[in-house]
Write a protein that binds this ligand. Structure first.
Ligand SMILES: Cc1ncc(COP(=O)(O)O)c(C=O)c1O
Length: 477
Protein backbone atom coordinates (compact mmCIF):
# COMPACT_ATOMS: atom_id res chain seq x y z
CA UNK A 1 0.00 0.00 0.00
CA UNK A 2 1.37 3.43 -0.98
CA UNK A 3 2.18 5.86 1.82
CA UNK A 4 -0.50 8.47 2.32
CA UNK A 5 0.71 11.92 1.36
CA UNK A 6 1.11 14.45 4.09
CA UNK A 7 -1.35 16.81 2.37
CA UNK A 8 -4.06 14.19 2.12
CA UNK A 9 -3.63 13.10 5.72
CA UNK A 10 -3.77 16.68 7.00
CA UNK A 11 -6.93 17.19 4.92
CA UNK A 12 -8.53 14.04 6.35
CA UNK A 13 -7.61 15.05 9.90
CA UNK A 14 -9.72 18.19 9.39
CA UNK A 15 -10.47 20.14 12.55
CA UNK A 16 -9.05 17.38 14.75
CA UNK A 17 -7.67 19.78 17.35
CA UNK A 18 -10.72 22.03 17.73
CA UNK A 19 -12.20 19.77 20.46
CA UNK A 20 -11.33 19.77 24.16
CA UNK A 21 -8.64 17.36 25.36
CA UNK A 22 -4.93 16.83 25.13
CA UNK A 23 -3.49 17.14 21.63
CA UNK A 24 -2.05 13.62 21.64
CA UNK A 25 -5.40 12.10 22.59
CA UNK A 26 -7.29 14.20 20.06
CA UNK A 27 -4.86 13.20 17.32
CA UNK A 28 -5.02 9.54 18.27
CA UNK A 29 -8.83 9.66 18.35
CA UNK A 30 -9.07 11.20 14.89
CA UNK A 31 -6.54 8.78 13.41
CA UNK A 32 -8.45 5.91 14.98
CA UNK A 33 -11.65 7.16 13.35
CA UNK A 34 -9.92 7.30 9.95
CA UNK A 35 -8.57 3.79 10.40
CA UNK A 36 -11.95 2.45 11.49
CA UNK A 37 -13.89 4.01 8.65
CA UNK A 38 -11.43 2.68 6.09
CA UNK A 39 -10.03 6.07 5.02
CA UNK A 40 -6.65 4.72 6.12
CA UNK A 41 -6.76 1.12 4.88
CA UNK A 42 -4.62 -1.68 6.34
CA UNK A 43 -0.93 -1.43 5.48
CA UNK A 44 -1.06 2.32 4.76
CA UNK A 45 2.27 3.88 5.71
CA UNK A 46 1.81 6.99 7.84
CA UNK A 47 4.17 9.97 7.58
CA UNK A 48 7.22 10.01 9.87
CA UNK A 49 6.36 11.61 13.20
CA UNK A 50 8.55 14.64 12.59
CA UNK A 51 6.92 15.40 9.23
CA UNK A 52 3.41 15.07 10.61
CA UNK A 53 4.31 17.21 13.62
CA UNK A 54 5.61 19.94 11.30
CA UNK A 55 2.50 19.87 9.13
CA UNK A 56 0.19 20.00 12.15
CA UNK A 57 2.28 22.66 13.91
CA UNK A 58 2.56 20.53 17.05
CA UNK A 59 5.55 19.21 18.94
CA UNK A 60 7.02 15.94 17.73
CA UNK A 61 6.16 14.36 21.09
CA UNK A 62 2.47 14.83 20.35
CA UNK A 63 2.65 12.66 17.22
CA UNK A 64 4.97 10.13 18.86
CA UNK A 65 2.48 9.78 21.72
CA UNK A 66 -0.53 9.51 19.38
CA UNK A 67 1.17 6.80 17.33
CA UNK A 68 2.05 4.99 20.57
CA UNK A 69 -1.58 5.08 21.79
CA UNK A 70 -2.69 3.54 18.49
CA UNK A 71 0.03 0.92 18.61
CA UNK A 72 -1.14 -0.06 22.07
CA UNK A 73 -4.66 -0.37 20.68
CA UNK A 74 -3.35 -2.65 17.94
CA UNK A 75 -4.27 -0.25 15.13
CA UNK A 76 -0.72 0.71 14.13
CA UNK A 77 2.53 -1.18 13.98
CA UNK A 78 6.06 -0.09 13.53
CA UNK A 79 8.07 -2.09 11.02
CA UNK A 80 11.82 -1.99 10.71
CA UNK A 81 12.68 0.01 7.61
CA UNK A 82 9.10 0.84 6.61
CA UNK A 83 7.98 3.15 9.42
CA UNK A 84 4.53 3.22 10.98
CA UNK A 85 1.73 1.35 9.22
CA UNK A 86 -1.96 0.69 9.74
CA UNK A 87 -2.54 -2.88 10.89
CA UNK A 88 -6.29 -3.24 10.73
CA UNK A 89 -9.56 -1.55 9.79
CA UNK A 90 -13.24 -2.14 10.48
CA UNK A 91 -14.18 -1.45 6.85
CA UNK A 92 -11.97 -2.29 3.98
CA UNK A 93 -11.74 0.65 1.65
CA UNK A 94 -9.57 -1.09 -0.90
CA UNK A 95 -12.30 -1.22 -3.54
CA UNK A 96 -14.06 2.05 -2.76
CA UNK A 97 -13.37 5.45 -4.30
CA UNK A 98 -11.05 7.62 -2.25
CA UNK A 99 -13.65 10.40 -1.85
CA UNK A 100 -12.88 14.07 -1.64
CA UNK A 101 -9.45 15.12 -0.49
CA UNK A 102 -10.25 18.83 -0.69
CA UNK A 103 -10.08 20.44 2.74
CA UNK A 104 -12.71 22.87 1.47
CA UNK A 105 -15.21 20.03 1.17
CA UNK A 106 -13.94 17.96 4.10
CA UNK A 107 -14.62 20.88 6.44
CA UNK A 108 -18.30 20.62 5.51
CA UNK A 109 -18.29 17.07 6.88
CA UNK A 110 -16.88 18.04 10.27
CA UNK A 111 -19.23 17.90 13.25
CA UNK A 112 -19.90 21.41 14.52
CA UNK A 113 -17.45 22.58 17.15
CA UNK A 114 -16.56 25.75 18.96
CA UNK A 115 -14.18 27.02 16.27
CA UNK A 116 -15.27 30.08 14.28
CA UNK A 117 -15.75 28.86 10.71
CA UNK A 118 -13.80 30.80 8.13
CA UNK A 119 -13.41 27.84 5.79
CA UNK A 120 -16.57 27.78 3.69
CA UNK A 121 -17.68 31.00 2.02
CA UNK A 122 -21.48 30.98 1.82
CA UNK A 123 -24.33 32.89 3.48
CA UNK A 124 -25.09 31.65 6.97
CA UNK A 125 -28.82 32.40 6.80
CA UNK A 126 -31.44 31.80 4.11
CA UNK A 127 -33.15 35.09 3.18
CA UNK A 128 -36.73 35.50 4.52
CA UNK A 129 -38.09 35.43 0.96
CA UNK A 130 -37.54 31.66 0.82
CA UNK A 131 -39.97 31.08 3.70
CA UNK A 132 -42.38 33.70 2.32
CA UNK A 133 -42.49 31.99 -1.08
CA UNK A 134 -42.86 28.47 0.25
CA UNK A 135 -46.71 28.67 0.14
CA UNK A 136 -46.50 29.31 -3.62
CA UNK A 137 -44.67 26.01 -3.97
CA UNK A 138 -47.24 24.25 -1.79
CA UNK A 139 -50.10 25.69 -3.85
CA UNK A 140 -48.46 24.51 -7.03
CA UNK A 141 -47.95 21.08 -5.55
CA UNK A 142 -51.58 20.90 -4.52
CA UNK A 143 -52.85 22.05 -7.93
CA UNK A 144 -52.66 18.50 -9.24
CA UNK A 145 -51.15 19.36 -12.63
CA UNK A 146 -49.95 16.19 -14.38
CA UNK A 147 -46.16 16.15 -14.24
CA UNK A 148 -43.96 13.14 -13.52
CA UNK A 149 -41.36 15.43 -11.98
CA UNK A 150 -38.39 14.21 -14.01
CA UNK A 151 -36.78 17.18 -15.75
CA UNK A 152 -33.12 16.38 -16.46
CA UNK A 153 -32.57 19.78 -18.13
CA UNK A 154 -34.52 21.67 -15.46
CA UNK A 155 -38.17 22.70 -15.06
CA UNK A 156 -39.22 24.86 -18.02
CA UNK A 157 -40.21 27.98 -16.09
CA UNK A 158 -36.93 28.09 -14.15
CA UNK A 159 -34.94 27.65 -17.37
CA UNK A 160 -36.96 30.52 -18.84
CA UNK A 161 -36.50 32.72 -15.76
CA UNK A 162 -32.73 32.13 -15.75
CA UNK A 163 -32.57 32.85 -19.49
CA UNK A 164 -34.52 36.08 -18.95
CA UNK A 165 -32.06 37.13 -16.26
CA UNK A 166 -29.11 36.66 -18.64
CA UNK A 167 -31.00 38.71 -21.25
CA UNK A 168 -31.56 41.42 -18.63
CA UNK A 169 -27.83 41.34 -17.79
CA UNK A 170 -27.05 42.10 -21.43
CA UNK A 171 -26.67 38.64 -22.99
CA UNK A 172 -29.77 37.54 -24.94
CA UNK A 173 -30.53 33.95 -23.96
CA UNK A 174 -33.24 31.38 -24.68
CA UNK A 175 -34.50 28.78 -22.22
CA UNK A 176 -33.01 26.01 -24.39
CA UNK A 177 -29.54 27.40 -23.64
CA UNK A 178 -29.94 26.74 -19.91
CA UNK A 179 -29.43 23.49 -17.99
CA UNK A 180 -30.42 23.55 -14.32
CA UNK A 181 -28.04 21.68 -12.03
CA UNK A 182 -27.76 20.82 -8.34
CA UNK A 183 -25.53 23.78 -7.54
CA UNK A 184 -22.64 25.07 -9.61
CA UNK A 185 -20.46 22.25 -8.30
CA UNK A 186 -22.55 19.71 -10.19
CA UNK A 187 -22.43 21.91 -13.28
CA UNK A 188 -18.62 21.83 -13.16
CA UNK A 189 -18.49 18.05 -12.61
CA UNK A 190 -20.90 17.36 -15.47
CA UNK A 191 -18.92 19.58 -17.83
CA UNK A 192 -15.72 17.72 -17.02
CA UNK A 193 -17.49 14.42 -17.55
CA UNK A 194 -18.72 15.57 -20.95
CA UNK A 195 -15.66 17.41 -22.24
CA UNK A 196 -12.57 15.88 -20.64
CA UNK A 197 -10.99 12.46 -21.12
CA UNK A 198 -7.89 10.63 -19.89
CA UNK A 199 -4.68 12.47 -20.72
CA UNK A 200 -6.49 15.69 -21.69
CA UNK A 201 -5.23 18.98 -20.39
CA UNK A 202 -7.36 21.46 -18.43
CA UNK A 203 -6.19 25.03 -18.03
CA UNK A 204 -6.58 26.82 -14.68
CA UNK A 205 -5.57 30.05 -13.06
CA UNK A 206 -3.72 29.29 -9.82
CA UNK A 207 -4.84 29.89 -7.14
CA UNK A 208 -8.49 29.18 -7.84
CA UNK A 209 -11.70 27.68 -6.47
CA UNK A 210 -10.77 23.99 -6.24
CA UNK A 211 -14.09 22.41 -7.25
CA UNK A 212 -12.76 21.26 -10.62
CA UNK A 213 -9.56 19.64 -9.37
CA UNK A 214 -11.10 16.34 -8.30
CA UNK A 215 -13.43 15.84 -11.29
CA UNK A 216 -10.39 16.47 -13.50
CA UNK A 217 -8.24 13.98 -11.61
CA UNK A 218 -11.01 11.40 -11.70
CA UNK A 219 -11.25 11.91 -15.46
CA UNK A 220 -7.51 11.24 -15.72
CA UNK A 221 -6.90 14.78 -17.00
CA UNK A 222 -3.74 16.80 -16.53
CA UNK A 223 -4.11 20.11 -14.77
CA UNK A 224 -2.20 22.98 -16.38
CA UNK A 225 -1.95 25.89 -13.92
CA UNK A 226 -1.13 29.45 -14.94
CA UNK A 227 -0.05 31.71 -12.10
CA UNK A 228 -2.53 34.33 -10.91
CA UNK A 229 -0.92 35.38 -7.63
CA UNK A 230 -1.05 39.09 -8.39
CA UNK A 231 -3.66 38.92 -11.11
CA UNK A 232 -3.96 36.40 -13.93
CA UNK A 233 -0.90 36.19 -16.18
CA UNK A 234 -3.07 36.56 -19.26
CA UNK A 235 -0.24 36.36 -21.79
CA UNK A 236 0.76 32.92 -20.47
CA UNK A 237 -2.87 31.85 -20.30
CA UNK A 238 -3.43 32.81 -23.95
CA UNK A 239 -0.25 31.03 -25.03
CA UNK A 240 -1.44 27.89 -23.24
CA UNK A 241 -4.80 28.09 -25.02
CA UNK A 242 -2.92 27.95 -28.32
CA UNK A 243 -1.77 24.45 -27.25
CA UNK A 244 -5.44 23.45 -27.41
CA UNK A 245 -6.29 22.09 -23.96
CA UNK A 246 -9.58 20.18 -23.71
CA UNK A 247 -11.01 22.85 -21.43
CA UNK A 248 -10.11 26.23 -19.95
CA UNK A 249 -11.57 27.47 -16.66
CA UNK A 250 -11.65 31.03 -15.36
CA UNK A 251 -13.50 33.02 -12.74
CA UNK A 252 -13.53 36.32 -14.61
CA UNK A 253 -15.52 38.29 -12.06
CA UNK A 254 -14.65 38.59 -8.35
CA UNK A 255 -12.31 35.67 -8.50
CA UNK A 256 -12.40 33.19 -5.63
CA UNK A 257 -10.06 33.63 -3.73
CA UNK A 258 -8.33 36.80 -4.99
CA UNK A 259 -11.31 39.02 -5.90
CA UNK A 260 -9.78 39.92 -9.28
CA UNK A 261 -12.02 41.14 -12.13
CA UNK A 262 -10.82 40.64 -15.70
CA UNK A 263 -11.26 43.82 -17.75
CA UNK A 264 -13.45 43.96 -20.86
CA UNK A 265 -10.34 43.91 -23.01
CA UNK A 266 -8.93 40.85 -21.24
CA UNK A 267 -12.27 39.08 -21.63
CA UNK A 268 -12.39 39.86 -25.32
CA UNK A 269 -8.89 38.49 -25.88
CA UNK A 270 -9.72 35.38 -23.91
CA UNK A 271 -12.89 34.66 -25.87
CA UNK A 272 -11.24 35.39 -29.23
CA UNK A 273 -8.28 33.15 -28.48
CA UNK A 274 -10.50 30.29 -27.30
CA UNK A 275 -12.63 30.73 -30.39
CA UNK A 276 -9.59 30.66 -32.69
CA UNK A 277 -8.28 27.46 -31.16
CA UNK A 278 -11.66 25.86 -30.57
CA UNK A 279 -11.19 25.54 -26.80
CA UNK A 280 -14.30 25.52 -24.57
CA UNK A 281 -14.00 28.21 -21.89
CA UNK A 282 -15.90 27.90 -18.61
CA UNK A 283 -16.56 31.23 -16.94
CA UNK A 284 -17.55 30.44 -13.36
CA UNK A 285 -19.96 33.24 -12.49
CA UNK A 286 -21.00 32.09 -9.06
CA UNK A 287 -19.76 35.35 -7.53
CA UNK A 288 -20.30 37.62 -10.52
CA UNK A 289 -23.33 39.46 -9.16
CA UNK A 290 -21.76 40.29 -5.81
CA UNK A 291 -20.37 43.65 -6.89
CA UNK A 292 -19.65 45.60 -3.73
CA UNK A 293 -18.13 48.75 -5.24
CA UNK A 294 -18.95 49.04 -8.90
CA UNK A 295 -20.89 47.06 -11.50
CA UNK A 296 -18.96 44.23 -13.13
CA UNK A 297 -18.64 43.93 -16.91
CA UNK A 298 -21.49 41.93 -18.50
CA UNK A 299 -21.08 38.15 -18.69
CA UNK A 300 -18.74 36.76 -21.32
CA UNK A 301 -20.83 35.07 -23.97
CA UNK A 302 -20.86 33.50 -27.39
CA UNK A 303 -18.67 31.05 -29.25
CA UNK A 304 -16.63 28.93 -26.86
CA UNK A 305 -18.03 30.41 -23.62
CA UNK A 306 -19.85 28.20 -21.14
CA UNK A 307 -21.29 30.16 -18.21
CA UNK A 308 -21.72 28.40 -14.89
CA UNK A 309 -23.71 30.06 -12.12
CA UNK A 310 -25.76 29.39 -9.02
CA UNK A 311 -27.96 30.93 -6.37
CA UNK A 312 -25.72 29.62 -3.58
CA UNK A 313 -23.90 32.86 -2.85
CA UNK A 314 -26.58 35.35 -3.81
CA UNK A 315 -29.33 33.51 -1.95
CA UNK A 316 -28.36 30.41 0.05
CA UNK A 317 -26.18 27.33 -0.50
CA UNK A 318 -28.92 25.04 0.79
CA UNK A 319 -31.13 25.87 -2.18
CA UNK A 320 -28.72 23.86 -4.41
CA UNK A 321 -29.83 25.53 -7.61
CA UNK A 322 -27.13 26.10 -10.20
CA UNK A 323 -26.99 26.16 -13.97
CA UNK A 324 -25.02 26.04 -17.18
CA UNK A 325 -25.61 28.53 -19.99
CA UNK A 326 -24.17 27.33 -23.30
CA UNK A 327 -25.10 26.82 -26.97
CA UNK A 328 -28.15 24.60 -27.31
CA UNK A 329 -26.39 21.52 -28.78
CA UNK A 330 -24.01 21.42 -25.83
CA UNK A 331 -26.91 21.79 -23.37
CA UNK A 332 -28.65 18.86 -25.07
CA UNK A 333 -25.58 16.66 -24.65
CA UNK A 334 -25.07 17.83 -21.10
CA UNK A 335 -28.71 17.06 -20.26
CA UNK A 336 -28.07 13.45 -21.33
CA UNK A 337 -25.10 13.27 -18.97
CA UNK A 338 -27.20 14.74 -16.18
CA UNK A 339 -30.04 12.30 -16.90
CA UNK A 340 -27.65 9.40 -16.42
CA UNK A 341 -26.37 11.04 -13.27
CA UNK A 342 -29.54 11.89 -11.32
CA UNK A 343 -32.53 12.22 -13.72
CA UNK A 344 -32.79 15.89 -12.81
CA UNK A 345 -32.51 18.22 -9.83
CA UNK A 346 -35.32 18.33 -7.22
CA UNK A 347 -38.38 20.04 -8.66
CA UNK A 348 -39.58 21.70 -5.46
CA UNK A 349 -36.29 23.59 -5.11
CA UNK A 350 -36.57 24.64 -8.74
CA UNK A 351 -40.12 25.92 -8.26
CA UNK A 352 -38.95 27.88 -5.24
CA UNK A 353 -36.06 29.34 -7.25
CA UNK A 354 -38.41 30.25 -10.11
CA UNK A 355 -40.71 32.03 -7.67
CA UNK A 356 -37.74 33.86 -6.15
CA UNK A 357 -36.15 35.13 -9.36
CA UNK A 358 -38.53 38.09 -9.82
CA UNK A 359 -37.50 39.22 -6.31
CA UNK A 360 -33.80 38.46 -6.71
CA UNK A 361 -32.73 42.10 -7.01
CA UNK A 362 -34.08 42.88 -3.55
CA UNK A 363 -32.26 39.85 -2.08
CA UNK A 364 -29.08 40.82 -3.92
CA UNK A 365 -29.17 44.45 -2.74
CA UNK A 366 -29.41 43.28 0.87
CA UNK A 367 -26.63 40.72 0.46
CA UNK A 368 -24.35 43.32 -1.09
CA UNK A 369 -24.97 45.83 1.71
CA UNK A 370 -24.18 43.14 4.31
CA UNK A 371 -21.09 41.92 2.51
CA UNK A 372 -19.77 45.46 2.08
CA UNK A 373 -20.11 46.20 5.79
CA UNK A 374 -18.52 42.86 6.67
CA UNK A 375 -15.66 43.28 4.21
CA UNK A 376 -14.91 46.76 5.52
CA UNK A 377 -14.93 45.57 9.12
CA UNK A 378 -12.68 42.60 8.34
CA UNK A 379 -10.19 44.81 6.49
CA UNK A 380 -10.15 47.38 9.29
CA UNK A 381 -9.66 44.72 11.99
CA UNK A 382 -6.85 43.01 10.09
CA UNK A 383 -5.11 46.30 9.35
CA UNK A 384 -5.26 47.24 13.04
CA UNK A 385 -4.35 43.86 14.51
CA UNK A 386 -2.08 41.97 12.13
CA UNK A 387 0.96 42.49 9.91
CA UNK A 388 -0.81 40.66 7.06
CA UNK A 389 -1.29 42.41 3.74
CA UNK A 390 -4.17 42.25 1.26
CA UNK A 391 -5.91 44.05 -1.61
CA UNK A 392 -9.45 45.13 -0.81
CA UNK A 393 -11.59 43.03 -3.21
CA UNK A 394 -14.18 45.01 -5.21
CA UNK A 395 -16.68 42.14 -4.92
CA UNK A 396 -17.21 38.52 -3.99
CA UNK A 397 -16.96 37.21 -0.48
CA UNK A 398 -13.32 36.55 0.34
CA UNK A 399 -10.12 38.33 1.25
CA UNK A 400 -6.81 36.87 0.06
CA UNK A 401 -4.36 37.65 2.81
CA UNK A 402 -0.58 37.39 2.56
CA UNK A 403 1.53 36.35 5.57
CA UNK A 404 4.94 38.02 5.95
CA UNK A 405 6.60 34.65 6.74
CA UNK A 406 5.74 31.10 7.71
CA UNK A 407 3.57 28.44 6.14
CA UNK A 408 -0.18 29.01 5.80
CA UNK A 409 -1.02 25.33 6.19
CA UNK A 410 0.89 25.00 9.46
CA UNK A 411 -0.50 28.32 10.67
CA UNK A 412 -4.06 27.14 9.92
CA UNK A 413 -3.38 24.13 12.17
CA UNK A 414 -2.05 26.42 14.87
CA UNK A 415 -5.08 28.74 14.54
CA UNK A 416 -7.43 25.80 15.21
CA UNK A 417 -6.13 25.73 18.76
CA UNK A 418 -7.18 29.36 19.09
CA UNK A 419 -10.70 28.54 17.96
CA UNK A 420 -10.62 29.61 14.28
CA UNK A 421 -10.78 27.36 11.22
CA UNK A 422 -9.30 29.04 8.17
CA UNK A 423 -8.27 27.79 4.70
CA UNK A 424 -4.58 27.94 3.80
CA UNK A 425 -3.63 29.03 0.29
CA UNK A 426 -2.27 25.59 -0.64
CA UNK A 427 -5.79 24.12 -0.61
CA UNK A 428 -6.82 26.50 -3.42
CA UNK A 429 -3.78 25.96 -5.57
CA UNK A 430 -3.45 23.03 -7.99
CA UNK A 431 0.34 23.26 -7.56
CA UNK A 432 0.08 23.40 -3.75
CA UNK A 433 1.78 26.79 -3.88
CA UNK A 434 0.22 29.95 -2.33
CA UNK A 435 1.68 28.75 0.98
CA UNK A 436 2.05 32.35 2.13
CA UNK A 437 -1.67 33.10 1.80
CA UNK A 438 -4.90 32.54 3.70
CA UNK A 439 -8.43 32.91 2.38
CA UNK A 440 -10.65 34.76 4.83
CA UNK A 441 -14.34 35.04 3.94
CA UNK A 442 -16.36 38.03 5.17
CA UNK A 443 -19.63 36.24 5.71
CA UNK A 444 -20.03 36.50 9.46
CA UNK A 445 -21.64 39.51 11.16
CA UNK A 446 -19.08 42.29 11.87
CA UNK A 447 -18.77 41.57 15.60
CA UNK A 448 -18.02 37.89 14.95
CA UNK A 449 -15.49 38.81 12.29
CA UNK A 450 -13.80 41.10 14.81
CA UNK A 451 -13.65 38.21 17.30
CA UNK A 452 -12.22 35.92 14.59
CA UNK A 453 -9.49 38.44 13.78
CA UNK A 454 -8.76 38.82 17.48
CA UNK A 455 -8.23 35.04 17.75
CA UNK A 456 -6.19 34.89 14.53
CA UNK A 457 -3.98 37.75 15.74
CA UNK A 458 -3.44 35.97 19.04
CA UNK A 459 -2.54 32.78 17.18
CA UNK A 460 -0.14 34.70 14.96
CA UNK A 461 1.67 36.21 17.97
CA UNK A 462 2.52 32.75 19.27
CA UNK A 463 3.22 31.14 15.89
CA UNK A 464 6.80 30.18 15.26
CA UNK A 465 6.63 30.17 11.47
CA UNK A 466 10.22 29.31 10.77
CA UNK A 467 10.29 26.10 12.80
CA UNK A 468 7.11 24.72 11.25
CA UNK A 469 8.14 25.46 7.68
CA UNK A 470 11.56 23.97 8.14
CA UNK A 471 10.07 20.77 9.50
CA UNK A 472 7.47 20.43 6.75
CA UNK A 473 9.84 21.22 3.93
CA UNK A 474 12.45 18.86 5.21
CA UNK A 475 10.13 15.93 5.62
CA UNK A 476 7.30 16.19 3.08
CA UNK A 477 6.32 12.68 2.04
C1 LIG B 1 -16.24 29.99 -7.70
C2 LIG B 1 -17.19 28.94 -7.21
N1 LIG B 1 -17.72 28.06 -8.08
C3 LIG B 1 -18.57 27.10 -7.69
C4 LIG B 1 -18.93 26.97 -6.36
C5 LIG B 1 -19.90 25.88 -5.97
O1 LIG B 1 -21.16 26.48 -5.80
P1 LIG B 1 -22.48 25.70 -5.43
O2 LIG B 1 -22.69 25.86 -3.97
O3 LIG B 1 -23.56 26.39 -6.22
O4 LIG B 1 -22.35 24.28 -5.83
C6 LIG B 1 -18.39 27.84 -5.42
C7 LIG B 1 -18.70 27.68 -4.00
O5 LIG B 1 -18.02 28.17 -3.13
C8 LIG B 1 -17.51 28.85 -5.85
O6 LIG B 1 -16.98 29.73 -4.99
Amino acid sequence: MDPISLDRLVGLLGRWSAQRGSLQELLAARLRQLIEDGSLPPDTALPPDRALAGALAVGRNTVVAAYRILREQGLLERRQGSGTRVTTAMLTAARTAAGSASPLFLHLLEPSDAAIQLTCASPWLPPPELAELQPEVTTRLAAGVADMGYHPAGVPDLRQALADRYTWRGVPTRAEQILVTTGAQQALSLLVRLLVGPGDEVLFAAPTYPGLFEPCREAGARIHPIRADDGLDLASYLRAIADRPALAYVIATFHNPTGEVLSSLQRRRLVETCQRHDVPLIDDEVLAELDLDEAAPPPMAGGPVINVGSLSKLVWGGLRVGWVRAPEPLITRLARVKAAHDLGSPVLDQWLAAALLPRLEAVRARRIAELRAQRDRLCAELAANSPWTFQVPPGGQTLWVRLPYGDASAFAQHALRFGVAVLPGQTLDPERRSGDCLRIPFLLPPAELAEAVHRLAEAWRSYDGTAAVAAVNAMVV
